[in-house]
Design a binder for this molecule. Structure first.
Ligand SMILES: Cc1ncc(C[n+]2csc(CCOP(=O)(O)OP(=O)(O)O)c2C)c(N)n1
Length: 340
């Protein structure tokens, strides 16, 4: 398993990024956690619908998304808000998707991030299609897609991996293996020793990386993106991490996992290990931490305000968003919906 920063915050080998860059990564991770905790609170207040927390997975998201260029594609699942806004998806629109507002799924055309996929696994095929289309058009743009360990049991995963391998699509597959698919543990998901090992069967490299080590995630993803950009084909990255909270705000993880397991993973917290490293290098102070948290809160509060100002579509307008020209069969239904 690729690891550069131990849970105690000590480097294995040489310094991989300079201290300013490391501090920036830390800032983004603090910000991501602030957003995530706010997401849980907003759901409890009834201001957004069910929310899928990602506390513990910040390094896997920030360390991957930061390696992309603006023209590259990102195809996320429902658990990657941090990766999405790192690649330009306006945060208020990420929040709007949780408010059931169609506008949430319509980022500006220049933002090459697809709306979050709620069906498990289906979106990986879209990522491969985008990567392949870019290749056919002769560009060096790549596509990155995120999914969980549970998604690797879906047929779509195998089809996407197979196609990408055969056609050398410039796609980076990022499995955030967070230990659980709702209440099903990873050990019951697949008989394979690792998820990264599955790459061999599709003729692409598979990399197992410590998903709570942002430096290792960054190194593995940079290499995979460079490989895809050079036309050498796809890579599967397994970021071994842990979901600290519930699967979503509708379930209770105490019913299927132990406190000891959670405590063990708290010790490997991605933020804490980077904080320890920065502190040892003289780059972290409690004042700076407080400032980051204040700034993070202000950014999130602003996004919430904007999200709450977005007017939802009327029932009739949802028809307009589906078709350029509404088929006759739906014109009547649209009229009925407007009367509701
Ligand atoms: C095609 C499909 N089947 C089932 C579900 C219900 N479901 C939602 S999340 C989930 C588990 C996904 O686990 P994993 O892929 O490991 O991702 P994680 O939620 O842990 O990030 C399931 C079965 C769904 N949304 N889509």
């Amino acid at each position: 398993m690729l690891q550069i920063l131990t849970p105690r915050g000590e480097l294995v080998g040489d310094r991989p990024v300079d201290l300013d860059d490391a501090a920036d990564l830390y800032g983004e991770m603090v910000f991501a956690r602030t957003y995530d905790r706010k997401g849980v609170a907003l759901q409890k207040q009834g201001r957004i619908a069910t929310y899928a927390p990602f506390e513990g997975q910040e390094a896997a998201q920030i360390g991957t998304a930061i390696t992309l260029e603006p023209g590259d594609w990102m195809v996320p699942s429902y658990r990657e808000p941090a990766a999405m806004w790192m690649h330009g998806y306006p945060m208020e629109l990420v929040l709007a998707t949780r408010r059931g507002t169609e506008m949430g799924g319509s980022p500006p055309a220049s933002v090459r991030v697809l709306p979050p996929s709620i069906p498990v696994g289906s979106h990986m095929l879209h990522a491969v299609g985008l990567a392949w289309a870019e290749r056919l058009q002769g560009t060096d743009r790549v596509a990155i897609t995120y999914f969980g360990d549970g998604a690797t049991s879906e047929g779509d995963f195998h089809e996407a991996m197979n196609f990408a391998g055969v056609f050398k699509a410039g796609c980076v597959f990022v499995c955030q293996n967070n230990g659980w698919a709702i209440s099903l543990p990873r050990a019951e998901q697949t008989a394979a020793e690792t998820i990264a090992a599955k790459a061999v069967g599709y003729g692409m490299p598979g990399v197992l990386v410590d998903g709570n080590d942002v430096f290792a995630v960054l190194a593995a993803t940079s290499a995979a993106v460079a490989r895809a950009r050079a036309g050498e084909g796809p890579t599967l990255i397994e970021a071994l991490t842990y979901r600290m909270g519930p699967h979503s705000t509708t379930d209770d993880p105490k019913r299927y996992r132990t406190d000891d397991e959670l405590a063990e993973w708290r010790e490997r917290d991605p933020l804490e290990r980077l904080r320890r490293y920065l502190e040892a290098e003289g780059s972290w102070t409690p004042e700076w931490q407080a400032e980051l948290e204040r700034e993070g809160s202000a950014r999130v509060e602003r996004a919430v305000e904007l999200a709450e100002q977005i007017q939802p579509f009327t029932a009739g307008e949802t028809f307009d968003a589906m078709f350029a020209e509404l088929p006759d069969s739906l014109l009547g239904q649209r009229a009925m919906a407007e009367e509701l």
